[in-house]
Design a protein around this ligand. Structure first.
Ligand SMILES: Nc1ncnc2c1ncn2[C@@H]1O[C@H](COP(=O)(O)OP(=O)(O)O)[C@@H](O)[C@H]1O
Ligand SMILES: [Mg+2]
Length: 304
């Protein structure tokens, strides 16, 4: 298969890890910070609220979310929050200036200015902030149900959303280990997820739905291979379509893994069939000769 669309080499692929087991879906330090609300925090909140890009959006975050963002700043993941690149049903995605820890996670050498070392630019990162008090939590719950890692999760919205955010982080890690190109996950704090930002000076990377796909057959082969790798790592994306795949530096990158379920989920087959339909239908519209069934067979086939 051509290098086109940047299919990750198979030798970059690890066996799926047990990253799920490290999930701690309990309340975090961020909540305690929110309650304490020291002066520094109030100043930080004011700074975000006063920043130009937020004036138009008016008070976008609740206090505990400000606290979570503040912790990301304190812990060196974020230096400054930027504007929203997407406002969705469950979450908003912002750009941000990455802190030292994010630079480290992305392998960007920021040097030590105090010692006069040359430095690359601080990387931009994306911060996906889930809303606690909006959207369809019944639906979210149904994706968490049947997942052994989330057994005993209470019924409250907050618990569901915090678990969801961690689940997206864990899913990104697992996808990456399985050799699927996704944004590098960097940190998760309460309802905020920090990841690699895909974009250029011209703005965020375009979705497949927004570009002219020059070689649909090859692009299809890459997406299909990523679906298979995900499936072999025990995951089904669950919302895969031309809206959740972007083209970044001529490579296809899969986004939005919050709702991805393990193959043990009672509806995983249904989700997989839907993903296959959405993907095949998109590439058919681009002129590729592909069918839903053939894609499903490819993804679930254990043979080489
Ligand atoms: N890491 C990222 N880098 C660049 N753009 C991103 C990133 N994550 C999300 N986006 C942009 O934000 C949009 C919404 O993000 P997504 O994770 O799909 O959330 P939603 O659940 O709202 O669909 C994406 O379609 C993409 O355009
Ligand atoms: Mg999306």
């Amino acid at each position: 298969m051509a290098d086109e669309y940047g299919l990750l080499a198979e030798d970059a692929v690890d066996v799926p890890g047990d990253e799920w087991e490290q999930l701690d879906v309990s309340d975090t330090e961020a909540d305690r910070i929110a309650r304490r609300r020291d002066r520094e925090f109030d100043q930080f909140r004011k700074r975000i609220k006063d920043a130009d890009q937020f004036k138009v959006e008016q008070s976008v975050f609740d206090d505990a979310t400000y606290a979570a963002l503040y912790r990301l700043v304190q812990n060196g993941f974020v230096d400054a929050l930027g504007g929203a690149i997407s406002t969705g049903k469950e979450a908003n995605v912002h750009t941000a200036l990455g802190g030292r820890k994010s630079a480290e996670a992305l392998g960007v050498d920021v040097g030590d200015a105090a010692r006069g070392e040359a430095a690359d630019e601080r990387p931009e990162v994306a911060v996906k902030v889930y809303r606690i008090n909006a959207s369809d939590f019944k639906d979210m719950r149904s994706y968490l149900e049947g997942d052994p890692r989330f057994e005993g999760l209470g019924g409250d919205k907050k618990g569901v959303v915090l678990a969801w955010t961690k689940k997206e982080f864990a899913n990104l890690q697992r996808a990456r280990q399985a050799g699927v190109r996704v944004p590098t996950p960097i940190a998760v704090e309460r309802n905020a997820l920090v990841m690699e930002y895909l974009g250029t000076a011209e703005g965020r990377a375009r979705r497949l739905s927004e570009v002219d796909v020059e070689n649909p057959e090859t692009a299809y082969e890459v997406v299909r291979e990523y679906m298979r790798r995900l499936y072999r790592a025990g995951l089904v994306h669950g919302d895969l379509s031309e809206y959740n795949v972007v083209v970044h530096e001529d490579r296809l990158v899969v986004l939005d893994l919050g709702q991805a379920v393990t193959v043990h989920h009672p509806n995983s087959r249904e989700f997989l069939e839907r993903d296959c339909h959405n993907v095949a239908a998109f590439f058919r519209r681009q002129g590729a000769d592909v069918s839903d069934d053939e894609l499903l067979a490819f993804v679930t086939d254990d043979e080489e």
